[in-house]
Design a protein around this ligand. Structure first.
Ligand code: GDP
Ligand code: MG
Length: 441
């Protein structure tokens, strides 16, 4: 996707003025890009219509060229649709506040309940987790384990709390919270694999029993096109006041975010990004916009990339690749140092010559990680950098000690580098200039 977009934008960049035809062509490509990101078709259509309108009406900017202007508009529109500034949880004036979680089975509700409890506890609240999913045999236990980890009390069905009846359990929990000074009640509910009238009725009954301040609809970011139907069903069946996107640690482009926003009109409050309790974040529309477009903050990137990459370095690198020469750890280090000069790492990679193709290898990289990679490579001898094959076990240990990392990290770097080297080699081959020395792969 981002490759496609960089293609579009580089086309635009070479033009002086933005015509209607340019806008249409760009809009067509953006449309495909959004569909690839799994944004639902009606949502894409609405978005494109608005984009065209804005692009046509946009004043000619002095500071930006037309391509940069379009990029800026696309990004701004996405941020706008995704909710502008993120909203905070709505709490009751008179505690306890009640937050009810709803969503399909497997969407991540129970996990989120634990995360939310931990998050709120860290803010000084006294949450109570409520196990109102009595559908699955293990559901109560799952919540108890999570509650234990978060150090938060779990209200589970027991004689007196309403055994076997999730509505009674939920109802009793609010009274329990009041008596025990818990100021936020988090009600976990049951889901089904598909939209189901009985489940909806139960969720609605729980809602009526606890009168929630928030009904958070939890949706798996990987669901893609199904997001619209699911969100509509919960909007109509239970009513929702906010959205949580889960499993954003996966490789979903996050198109579901746009679809759900469009259908419900409700804000996305949180993002769930892994199986651990700490894998949780307040939702950031701007980051999600970048993720959907896969382009980072392209506007600043274009300038930063140009500044950080001195032309001679770029030329040397390109000449080297075209010449079919090995991409060495030395080159790798040089690139990393150039990248670090540009500021935060996320999404910068795709701007680097050849690095766009390596995104998968480098997907989990953060700034500190990059600094460690730099340290590791610096602990190698020039010979080792030129030819990493000589780095045997004892050399690995020496390098690890020298750079203050584990041998495992050295291994990981070398493995990733070998992959990268292969890709570089293929790219050199693909460029296929005459007279180039081709090495056997
Ligand atoms: P529920 O049926 O809606 O309560 O969903 P669960 O909370 O039980 O989650 C279903 C599965 O997804 C479990 O295996 C969780 O560990 C996993 N899960 C939940 N949230 C996330 C997330 O943000 N990232 C990842 N990778 N897995 C998640
Ligand atoms: Mg559950």
């Amino acid at each position: 996707l981002s490759d496609r977009l960089s293609g579009i934008f580089s086309k635009l960049r070479s033009k002086g003025r933005l015509t209607d035809a340019d806008i249409d062509a760009t809009a067509r490509e953006i449309r495909l890009a959004l569909l690839e990101a799994d944004v639902a078709l009606p949502v894409v259509k609405a978005f494109i219509a608005r984009l065209k309108e804005r692009a046509r009406g946009a004043e000619v900017s002095q500071a930006l060229n037309p391509a940069q202007q379009v990029i800026k508009i696309v990004h701004e529109e996405l941020v706008e649709v995704l909710g502008g500034e993120s909203r905070r949880l709505r709490l009751a004036k008179q505690p306890p506040s009640v937050i009810m979680l709803a969503g399909l089975q497997g969407s991540g509700k129970t996990t989120l309940a634990g995360k939310l409890a931990l998050h709120l506890k860290a803010q000084g609240h006294q949450p109570l987790l409520v196990a109102a999913d009595l559908q699955r045999p293990n559901a109560v236990n799952q919540l108890q384990v999570l509650g234990g980890r978060a150090g938060v009390e779990v209200f589970a069905p027991e004689p007196g709390n309403g055994v076997g009846d999730p509505v009674a359990v939920a109802h009793a929990s609010v009274e329990h919270a009041r008596r025990h000074m818990r100021d936020i009640v988090i009600v976990d509910t049951a889901g089904r694999l598909g939209i189901d009238a009985e489940m909806m009725a139960q969720a609605a009954a729980i809602r009526d029993a606890v009168d929630p301040d928030e009904v958070l609809f939890v949706i798996d970011a990987m669901v893609g096109q199904d997001a619209v139907a699911t969100a509509e069903a919960f909007r109509d069946g239970v009513g929702i006041s906010g959205v949580v996107l889960s499993k954003l640690d996966g490789d979903a482009r996050g198109g579901a975010a746009l679809s759900v926003r469009h259908v419900t009109g409700e804000p996305i409050l949180f993002a769930s990004t892994g199986e651990k309790l700490e894998d949780f974040d307040v939702f950031h529309p701007d980051r999600m916009a970048s993720r959907i477009l896969g382009m980072g903050d392209v506007l600043t990137l274009i300038e930063q990339a140009e500044a950080a990459f001195e032309d001679d370095q770029k030329e040397r690198m390109t000449a080297k690749l075209l010449g079919g020469q090995q991409f060495t750890l030395e080159d790798f280090l040089e690139q990393i140092v150039a990248v670090r000069r540009m500021g935060p790492i996320a999404n910068i990679l795709s701007m680097m010559p050849g690095m766009g193709q390596m995104k998968d290898q480098l997907a989990e990289v953060d700034d500190k990680h990059f600094d460690r990679i730099t340290a590791i490579i610096r602990s190698m001898t020039p010979g080792e950098r030129e030819n990493p094959k000589v780095i045997n076990a004892s050399r690995r240990l020496r390098i690890a000690n020298g750079s203050g990392v584990t041998v495992m990290e050295v291994n990981q770097l070398l493995n990733r580098f070998t992959e990268a080297q292969k890709i570089m080699k293929q790219m050199g081959g693909m460029m296929g200039l005459p007279g180039m020395r081709r090495k056997a792969t």
